[in-house]
Design a protein around this ligand. Structure first.
Ligand code: B12
Ligand code: SF4
Ligand code: SF4
Length: 323
């Protein structure tokens, strides 16, 4: 729990992120900036913020899937059911209880609203923002989604959590695209998560090698964090889903209908067929460069005239990578 004025340093830090252009094509981050930095600007009646963390800790080491020939790596958060639905239901349950017990008004948020969930969660004592910028805890590591309940109720705030990264730099060192200009700061335009999920059109060729076989998101900086030794695999089985390590051959041959059917109910659905096929072609190019199965070059060749320019460009690039 924290008060609505608990993150006074966040607006300036968000301002710097934006003025440095670190948001890339995520133009929506530059909208409603005042709301992002201050829950009271978003909802003047808000008196307290209740923050929730929902574990999606994996049963396996996500780094095992990185660089595996012929398959794509999908970030843990997207291997099962869409967390927006799961977390929102959990938030609404808690919110309904609050309303019934205290007769207050509430608003619930998961990810899609102009709310800065990580600094709020730190202010509410759930954990701290590590050098990789995600929220982590000494009890459950960094595998948790965040959600927020804004309420008109005055609640006793919890003590904010301090930082416990110390001299560790594991997350900064492993990043395949060098996306951290400094500890605690991310240049999203270099982050594989941004490149594979948010970025439309061709990716800067200089960053394609770093994408490796990651076809949706990236977990490297999360997976190396030593605090995960305290994480217990998520009890919610909906997160341990079917989309881990898909075959690259199967991904690149998807059409729109096939893509939608395969990823119904998953957060992956949001990126659409074109972006997924583009990502799979970068993975194929990297696989071929490492001496992978030449049959994949033939599959890529069939897409060099795809109507989507991102796909066609990625297909041409993939074919050129044959070792
Ligand atoms: C935009 C966004 C992205 C962008 C940008 C990420 C980023 N770090 O900003 C991209 C697409 C890259 C992304 C990727 C991922 N995301 Co995301 N994303 C968001 C979103 C929508 C907004 C984040 C935001 O406001 N960024 C703007 C920057 C300025 O804010 P910030 O990251 O808090 O930055 C702080 C630090 O830079 C710090 N800071 C700056 N300077 C300094 C200096 C010092 C000295 C210090 C101490 C601190 C400091 O202060 C800033 C303000 O608090 C949130 C949901 C939400 N509404 O909050 C989810 C969210 C952060 N994402 C989430 C997840 C799971 C991911 C991925 C792990 C997914 C994946 N596996 O691919 C990756 C992780 C990549 C990474 N290393 O951050 C979760 C994180 C949960 C958690 N435990 O923290 C969130 C909270 C969604 C959710 N509801 O659960 N994401
Ligand atoms: S998610 Fe991957 S690319 Fe993005 S900062 Fe972390 S390690 Fe780097
Ligand atoms: S890997 Fe190390 S530096 Fe990075 S968040 Fe974890 S403890 Fe902090």
């Amino acid at each position: 729990m924290c008060g609505p004025h608990a993150i006074p340093e966040a607006p300036a830090r968000l301002g710097r992120f934006l003025s440095d252009g670190h948001h890339g094509q995520m133009g929506w981050m530059g909208e409603r900036v005042a709301w992002r930095g201050d829950p009271r600007a978003l909802w003047p009646e808000c008196r307290s913020v209740v923050m929730l963390a929902h574990s999606y800790a994996p049963e396996h080491d996500p780094l095992d899937d990185v660089g595996r020939a012929g398959t794509g790596a999908v970030s843990v958060y997207a291997q099962g059911r869409d967390y927006h639905d799961v977390v929102k239901k959990a938030l609404k349950r808690v919110g309904r209880w609050l309303v019934e017990e205290a007769g207050c008004a509430i608003k619930v948020f998961v990810d899609t609203a102009p709310v800065m969930e990580k600094p709020l969660a730190q202010a509410a004592g759930l954990g701290w923002q590590g050098k990789h910028t995600n929220l982590l805890s000494r009890d459950w590591g960094n595998w948790a989604f965040l959600g927020a309940i804004f309420t008109t109720l005055e609640l006793e705030p919890d003590a904010p959590e301090g930082e416990h990264c110390g001299s560790c730099t594991k997350c900064l060192d492993i990043c395949p695209t060098d996306a951290f200009p400094a500890p605690f700061r991310l240049d999203a335009t270099r982050c594989v998560s941004y490149l594979t999920i948010e970025h439309r059109g061709p990716v800067d060729p200089a960053l394609r090698r770093g994408i490796g076989n990651r076809v949706y998101g990236c977990d490297d900086c999360l997976a190396v964090c030593p605090w995960n030794k305290f994480a217990v695999a998520a009890a919610d089985l909906r997160y341990h889903g079917p989309h881990r390590a898909p075959s690259l051959g199967a991904l690149v041959t998807l059409d729109d209908a096939g893509f939608r059917a395969r990823f119904a109910g998953s957060p992956i659905k949001r990126i659409g067929r074109d972006r997924m096929v583009r990502n799979a072609l970068y993975a194929i190019g990297n696989d071929l460069r490492d001496g992978g199965d030449p049959a994949l070059a033939e599959v890529a060749r069939e897409l060099v005239d795809d109507p989507d320019e991102g796909v066609a460009d990625a297909a041409r690039w993939a074919v050129e990578q044959v070792a």
